[in-house]
Design a protein around this ligand. Structure first.
Ligand SMILES: [Zn+2]
Ligand SMILES: [Zn+2]
Length: 351
């Protein structure tokens, strides 16, 4: 089969490798679509020999059909459509059983996220992937319509990551609230739809790209703003000078963290989910302080419960992924378009 391998710093190669066999408790999935994420670009920079990422098959968003069952597997059937969980946490440590499986203490460390396909085990940009059966989620069965796995792989990360951040502030999304979503790429475009589906808050969307701003109202924003040096003042105007109840930053560069900090209300929530390398500087009071009572939380991925919820929202037709398809062997073009930042939504590699 073909697998997209990280063979050196910023160098990918589509190579022929043996089809993996599922062991006991595992399934093999025939990939129908794999999503491209900015994290893939970050990992590619660490592809040199000696790095833990050297030689891996990349891709951490994937969905497809169950193709073969290892011994003892009864939870899924051959041919069943499934999505692959982003984080392969242990399921039984204290963090996992208390609902923080995205911070699993057995398969992750204080600074290292839990085991993730495409960032350790071979990932989704290949014809097939093998995973423990508990790390795949069926896309059919029960009363809801089934999902076609082609085109929905980004639910595993681009939707789960905002779902997790949003679930930390669900009680704040009442009809009188205002939330701000900064960064309308893969994660942000899903966040708008999830916020619309699960809460009544007014949504203000912000991006520096006019095409993404234009798309935002269609995806659920009440007001979409093209970022400039007046954006913070405009958001404060829109909130009677008080600020927004919740500000999500899905870019995470200095300018967006700054905008988030300048527009959050007292007792509001800053949710910094973008990994753009920005810094968050604050003082306890004085000039660079955030307003009283503000909570600040970063996030990595989400839990299995967050994944189950986004799958349910998608099966009900309440959220959908905006995608552009590329053939697996056309990966170079897909990555070039991702890095150019012009893609609306998510690029999908189709084996
Ligand atoms: Zn990702
Ligand atoms: Zn665990």
């Amino acid at each position: 089969m073909r697998a997209l391998k990280l063979v050196d710093t910023n160098r990918l190669e589509l190579r022929e490798v043996p089809v993996p066999e599922p062991g006991p408790g595992q399934v093999r999935v025939k990939i129908a679509g794999a999503g491209l994420c900015h994290s893939d670009v970050t990992i590619m920079a660490a592809g040199a020999e000696g790095s833990p990422f050297h030689g891996i098959t990349i891709g951490h968003e994937g969905a497809g059909h169950v193709d073969a069952l290892g011994t003892g597997v009864t939870a899924v059937r051959e041919g069943q459509p499934v999505i692959i969980d982003l984080l392969w946490s242990c399921g039984h440590c204290r963090q996992c059983v208390q609902g923080r499986s995205n911070a699993c203490q057995v398969n992750g460390t204080r600074w290292m996220f839990p085991t993730t396909p495409g960032l350790g085990p071979d990932g989704t940009m290949a014809d097939y992937l093998v995973a423990d059966v508990r790390h795949v989620v069926p896309l059919d069965g029960g009363p809801l319509p089934a999902l076609d796995p082609h085109g929905i792989a980004p639910l595993a990360d681009a939707a789960v990551t905002p779902m997790h951040a949003i679930n930390t502030v669900r009680g704040r999304l009442d009809g009188g609230a205002t939330v701000v979503v900064i960064g309308l790429g893969g994660l942000g475009h899903m966040a708008l739809q999830i916020l619309r589906a699960v809460g009544a808050a007014r949504i203000i969307a912000v991006d520096a790209n006019p095409a993404k701003v234009e798309q935002a109202t269609r995806l659920g924003a009440d007001l979409a703003l093209l970022a400039d040096d007046q954006t913070a003042a405009r958001i404060l105007d829109e909130t009677e000078g008080f600020g927004a109840d919740v500000v999500f930053d899905f870019a995470g560069v200095d300018a967006t963290v700054d905008l988030a900090t300048k527009t959050v209300a007292p007792e509001g929530h800053l949710r910094l989910a973008g990994l753009g390398g920005g810094s968050f500087a604050y003082t306890l009071n004085g000039v660079n302080a955030v307003p009283w009572g503000v909570t600040v939380q970063t996030s990595y991925g989400g839990t299995r419960a967050d994944l189950d919820e986004v799958v349910a929202l998608a099966r009900r037709g309440l959220i959908h992924v905006e995608t552009t398809d590329y053939r697996l062997d056309d990966y170079a073009k897909a990555f070039a378009d991702l890095e150019a930042g012009t893609l609306p939504g998510r690029a999908i590699l189709v084996p």
